[in-house]
Design a protein. Sequence first.
Length: 130
Amino acid sequence: MIAEVSFPNALTTLHEKAIYLHEARQYQVERFDYEGRKAYVRRVDSDYFTDAIDYTQVKELEEFESSGIAGVKAAHGEVRLNRQVVGFKKVKFTPWKNVGAGNLSMPEQEMHTTAFWLHFPEAFLLDSRT
């Protein structure tokens, strides 16, 4: 065993074809066993690393409390977070440029948690664009 990674983080760092960095060493993920929650890797020497591309959606489920100041609403409540890793890009170490990409088909993850959020008035958002 090389290391342990939390499962939600593993989906963005240990997908198949990923270059995983651990203690300044590079490992390529040869196989990712989603059900068994294991990644099978081999040590490599690469001039790039991988960066996952994911889509995340947050949906407000219940607002516990809120307050407003100067048109800005601050709220606290329960949310549902959906996240899916759909691909990755290969980023060269120097000069930090994209040198490739790939598609992934990872299952969507769902999590319920509490959160804090701010609602800004439309006028505030329009003023910030100029």
